[in-house]
Every structure is written in C-alpha cells, then in structure tokens.
Design a binder for this molecule. Sequence first.
Ligand SMILES: Cc1cc2nc3c(=O)[nH]c(=O)nc-3n(C[C@H](O)[C@H](O)[C@H](O)COP(=O)(O)O)c2cc1C
Length: 265
Amino acid sequence: MPDRKPSTWLGKLIALPVDSTPKTILVAVTLCLFCSMIVAFAAVNLRPIQTYNKALDKKVNILQVAGLYDEGVDVGAVFASFEPRIVDMRTGKFTDDIDISTFDERAAAKDPSMSTELVDDPASIGRKPNFTTVYLLKNTDGSLDKIILPIYGYGLWSTLYGFIALEENGNDIFGLQFYDHAETPGLGAEVDNPRWKAQWQGKKLRDNNGNLMIQVAKVAKAREHHIDALAGATLTSDGVDNLVKFWMGKSGFELFISNLKAGAA
Ligand SMILES: Cc1cc2nc3c(=O)[nH]c(=O)nc-3n(C[C@H](O)[C@H](O)[C@H](O)COP(=O)(O)O)c2cc1C
C-alpha cells in the first residue's frame, strides 16, 4: 500500500525527522514556555511570603539596632513596644496624612510628588523623601526611651540602607547598623562587623554648642564623636560619614529631633 501523506500542518510536523529544524525549534519554544510558566507561577505565589519576610527582616533590624534582639525572640511581640510614626521631613513634625500600613518608603523616595530633588547631595541619593517612618521606643511609663531613624546613602558600589538608634536626648547614639548594601565582603561590607558597629554606642552627634561633630574618619578629632574608618575601605567609610552627617544634619532629621525634644513634633 502506498504511504499516505499527512494533510494537516500538525501531521506534516509530526512526520518530520526528530532532528529537523522545525521540530528542534518547536521543542525549544515549548520548553521555554513551560519554564516561564513555572517561574511566573513561583514569582506570583511566593510574593506574599517575600513581602512578609522583608517586613520581618526590617523589624529584626530595628530590634537589633535598639539592642532588643536575641536569637529565638518573638519579633512581633517585641516590635509591638515600638511606635512607628510618619514624619513630614519638611516640617519636622509627625503627620497622619499618610497611611503608615501601606506606605512604601523606597517608592516614595523616588516619586517626584512625594520627594524633593536635592541640590546639595552628599549622601548621593538624588531626592529626599518628604515623608519617612521613624520608630519610637517607649518606656513602660510612656516616656521616650529611644528614637530609631532610617538612614541611607551611597558607599562605593551600592546604596547602604540602615537605622540609627538615638537615646531619648536625641544626641547620644545607641547603635547603627545597615541591613541592605552590596559593598565588598571583607572590605566595605565590614560595616556589618560587630566590632566596628560597637564603636557607635555612646558616641555623641553634637558638641555642647549644637555643632554636628560625628565623624567616620581615619584620624580622630574628638574621641566622643569619632568612629574609625574601615581599613582598606576608605570609600565606603566616606560614604557612611556622608550619609550619617546628611541624615543627622539640617537636610535630615535635625528639625524633627529638636521638635521632638521640645515636645513640638
Ligand atoms: C575588587 C575590589 C573591591 C573593593 N571594594 C571596596 C569596598 O567595598 N569599599 C571600599 O571602600 N573600597 C573597596 N575597594 C578598595 C578601593 O578601591 C580603595 O582602594 C579603598 O577604598 C581605599 O581604602 P584605604 O585608603 O583604606 O586603603 C575595593 C577594591 C577592589 C580591587
């Protein structure tokens, strides 16, 4: 009996040899489609877990910088002792105009309607957010214990995001730590070294005349304001110096801190 030739395009494709170009392309395309479906499915389904973990990580960092984190601690329960508030950076006062539960800090910092372009930009952040979240740690009697402020700025390779914890006087540093950066391990990433971070505790932002004196440098001008620059990572150290001065200075939280101390925030 003579072979019947397939009449449909599918029949013709199936009849082709396995190593033919159309069949090879078909297999490759099918495989790509299948893989992209798996990736898309995973991305969509893992997003809530990622968001939860990101929020948890931020809380852990806030606990750590405030000295309240221990392995196995109930993060949610301890974090409940903080009062997160939004500050309008232009007035240095708290505002309830922004919904704190949905506020996306990083997106707002890039949004021209929610931020101000910086002319003088030592932290290399481009725009200053008009609103930012601060965390107030209260004593059991309701008085202020610590103020946790977000800080960020450019190092050598990346923007370093972190928190600084100040004592209730707004001048004594309790701690500083970064939770997100891409500096080089062993060099700039030594900002995460506990021994380097420990230097911040007890240092004073300002002198008795209110001048901002805190400094990350190789040579100390005044010990109570000095943090040693990282060996072999002067550029990251300079970045940290710049960003801390920026956020603690006039363009940053200076107005808010003085309002808070005066009970006018
Ligand atoms: C691969 C590589 C990665 C580096 N990473 C960093 C870094 O993360 N932070 C930093 O300040 N310097 C880094 N440096 C070193 C800088 O280029 C520069 O030499 C250094 O900041 C100078 O610091 P020093 O004066 O303490 O030696 C890196 C250098 C190389 C070659």
